[in-house]
Write a protein that binds this ligand. Structure first.
Ligand code: SF4
Length: 262
């Protein structure tokens, strides 16, 4: 029976990806995003919350058992049931994953080891120190205007301000070289008149300035693709994604930053 892994499945952003969940089975997150695809967060936790959930001996065996059947895998991806950086044993998972990956034979280049994070804990030097080893970090930044941040991500009251989050992403980018930082911005619409979504021009413009400051390797603009936590939110269309990419491109004015949309 599998304890840690999901898939592999075809991911819009990562190619063929094996998911690894390093948190306890109940969702553990510092946010309660209106669009979350794994449902509402029952108890939103502080970014200071730490859990100790070290990998069991089974983790290495489970990985080896699966990976030998997928020599064409593109990514081993940590983070599916909330915010993985809350687990103090993140680096133990990374080390075992890397050791197993480096032992096996691959059809093309070995899969990258990827981490999802919602960015709320990255103000902590200790956490950035763990995160920087991953080949690719996919960090969330959906808003650069506080009112949109509060509505969209519904952060725990002890989550840092947007300024602190943006500064910590900028620091992480410098610290994790030559590994890659991708900033993921999920933009959505709302059909409730009293709920303006993050798809407003003020937010998109501020987001573009924040992205320029962070200077990531990759920017990913995407939208809702599965059933969201709240029924009143829905995906933006392809044309709007292209418009947003255009605005961001113009502001950052840096061809070294890859901008994708999904
Ligand atoms: S940060 Fe991720 S897991 Fe947490 S509520 Fe938002 S989308 Fe869901």
């Amino acid at each position: 029976m599998r304890q840690y892994t999901y898939g592999p499945f075809k991911s819009r952003r990562l190619g063929l990806s094996l998911g690894v969940d390093i948190l306890p089975k109940n969702k553990l997150c510092t946010y309660n995003c209106v669009y979350c695809e794994i449902g509402p967060t029952n108890k939103v936790v502080s970014p200071k919350c730490r859990i100790k959930a070290p990998p069991s001996f089974n983790y290495s065996r489970e990985l080896k058992d699966i990976l030998k059947y997928v020599p064409h895998l593109d990514s081993i991806t940590l983070g599916y049931n909330g915010e993985p950086t809350l687990n103090e044993n993140l680096l133990d998972f990374y080390t075992i994953t890397k050791n197993v990956r480096d032992l096996l034979k691959w059809d093309k280049k070995p899969p990258q080891i990827t981490l999802f994070t919602n960015s709320s804990t990255l103000y902590s030097d200790e956490i950035r120190e763990r995160v920087k080893y991953f080949d690719l970090v996919l960090a969330k930044l959906d808003s650069a205007v506080d009112v949109d941040f509060q509505k969209t991500n519904q952060p725990h009251q002890e989550c840092p301000s947007l300024d602190v989050i943006i500064n910590s992403l900028e620091k992480l980018k410098r610290e994790m070289k030559p590994n890659k930082l991708a900033i993921q911005c999920l933009i959505y619409n709302s059909n409730r008149k009293d709920f303006i979504s993050n798809n407003n021009n003020e937010n998109i413009n501020q987001l573009a300035y924040a992205l320029k400051k962070i200077n990531p390797d990759i920017i990913q603009i995407y939208s809702i693709a599965r059933i969201p936590s709240e029924p009143f939110v829905f995906a933006i269309d392809e044309e709007r994604k292209r418009e947003i990419v255009k605005i961001i491109k113009k502001t950052i004015n840096n061809d070294l930053i890859k901008i994708d949309y999904y």
